[in-house]
Design a protein around this ligand. Structure first.
Ligand SMILES: [Zn+2]
Length: 455
């Protein structure tokens, strides 16, 4: 199957959920319905806490047919929190793989070892490469600790990338396509690894055609010498020594965020890839733009550059780069060492290159520890996506109505409006209070619920 002709979801065709498929069909749709309600909440902020996506995390046992949901009755599942957190990667699956929930899974698997429990992540839509990195990292962590075996981490999803793009306007496929091309073109088996990415993509006919048409989006990773690195960045690099470090520099020269690797591998009982240097620096830069500059889409870092001493960039960091509107990652060669790369491993004990490969391969590859199941219907839209689309369109109509009103009011021939019972109604009020009309329950001749005001 060529990645340039076939969408990724088709490679999941041979995979089945671990227990009753009808049960999982109910759960994927339940996640979609939960996301539908989350996206339908009327708030001052038209898009509330985040996009129209939902996820769940389960432990299941085929032998006993037991299913354990990681959550509470009050909060059985998670939804997208990109807006409320101001972070590009706060997707529903990532929220449901929070450190606390991962710890609950690990504790349960340890307490119930050897009983054959498996993990299932349910998602209302196909996971993006950032979330897949988190799934792969967690699966590896559980495998390394002998809590599950490869293939016992399942991901069951409803809407494909194409459906999500079509119905809700979110398009993950071009970012994922870069991951697929990295595998297809053998970038990670070349000695230069990601430093060869740009060349490999542009030299390949399929990849370069998709890049030019916008179907493939990548962030170049280049090795650079000290002389092109700003002095304040060099100082941060020197201070970091052999600790992994990342610095995000705006095109205007401001440092938006910087971070060392903040994990305490000796004491953190769990891997915390969200505390790795590049991921943390991106998060800090977003927080800076949101808090200091009140920027709404604070996850867009305005074509900033990331400087780092990490040569072997992992999949979670790379998807963070793709997601955050960064122009380039510059690896400063004089500070890059093997020790830095080892300390920057997103899953300690596995090289980032190996982890990257597991995230990049298609769903039918045995190199991936995940078993991904497409449990939706390409003809059947996600309801959360549809309500999202309607809300976006409603915002557009509302804004356009306000503009039309201003235009009309400025004219000398402003129409005079009144109700049939003689009450006058302010035209702008009629336009603004469309919500009141939604109480209409059939013509009874009771007159309008609108407040009548003289013009
Ligand atoms: Zn995601």
């Amino acid at each position: 199957m060529s990645i340039f002709y076939e969408p990724r979801f088709k490679s999941a065709a041979g995979n089945l959920p671990p227990t009753n498929p009808l049960f999982w069909e109910i759960q994927t749709n339940q996640s979609d319905m939960a996301a539908f309600h989350a996206a339908n909440i009327t708030r001052e902020d038209p898009i509330g806490k985040g996009g129209p996506f939902g996820a769940q995390l389960w432990l299941v046992n085929r032998k006993t047919n037991e299913h354990v949901l990681i959550g509470t009755v009050q909060e059985p599942e998670d939804s997208n929190a990109v807006v409320s957190k101001g972070q590009a990667s706060a997707h529903a699956e990532a929220e449901s793989l929070s450190p606390e929930k991962r710890q609950q899974v690990k504790d349960f698997l340890k307490e119930n070892a050897e009983e054959g429990w498996e993990v299932v992540q349910v998602s209302s839509a196909e996971s993006c490469p950032s979330c897949r990195s988190k799934q792969v990292a967690f699966a590896n962590e559980l495998i390394v600790e002998d809590l599950i075996t490869s293939g016992q981490f399942h991901v069951v999803f409803k809407a494909t990338y194409d459906q999500t793009k079509e119905d809700a306007g979110f398009n993950d496929a071009p970012y994922d396509q870069t991951f697929r091309a990295i595998h297809e073109l053998g970038v990670l088996s070349r000695q230069e690894g990601l430093f060869d990415l740009e060349k490999a993509l542009l030299e390949n006919l399929g990849a370069s055609a998709q890049f030019h048409s916008g179907e493939l989006i990548y962030t170049p990773v280049n090795l650079v010498d000290d002389d092109i690195v700003p002095d304040n960045v060099l100082k941060i690099m020197r201070d970091a020594g052999e600790q992994p470090v990342a610095v995000i520099v705006h095109p205007d020269g401001r440092i938006l965020g910087q971070s060392l690797d903040e994990r305490d591998l000796g004491n953190d009982g769990i891997n915390l890839p969200e505390k790795t240097a590049i991921v943390r620096a991106i998060e800090k830069a977003s927080t800076y733009l949101r808090d200091k500059e009140s920027k709404f889409a604070s996850w867009e870092l305005e074509k900033a550059t990331v400087y780092t001493n990490i040569r072997d960039i992992g999949p979670m960091a790379y998807s963070g780069l793709l997601w955050s509107d960064l122009s380039e990652a510059k690896v400063v060669s004089s500070f890059a060492t093997d020790l830095v790369d080892e300390m920057a491993q997103e899953v300690p004990g596995i090289s980032n290159r190996n982890l990257f490969l597991q995230v990049a391969v298609d769903y039918d590859s045995r190199k991936s520890p995940l078993s991904v199941v497409f449990n939706g219907d390409p003809e059947d839209a996600s309801v959360a996506h549809l309500v999202w689309k309607a809300r976006m369109q409603a915002e557009k109509v509302k804004n356009a109505q306000a503009v039309r009103m201003d235009e009309l009011v400025a004219r000398p021939d402003l129409p005079k409006v009144r109700m049939i019972d003689g009450t006058y109604i302010n035209l702008s009020r009629l336009v603004e209070t469309s919500e009141v009309s939604s109480d209409y329950d059939g013509a009874k001749g009771k007159g309008s619920k609108l407040e009548a005001k003289p013009l």
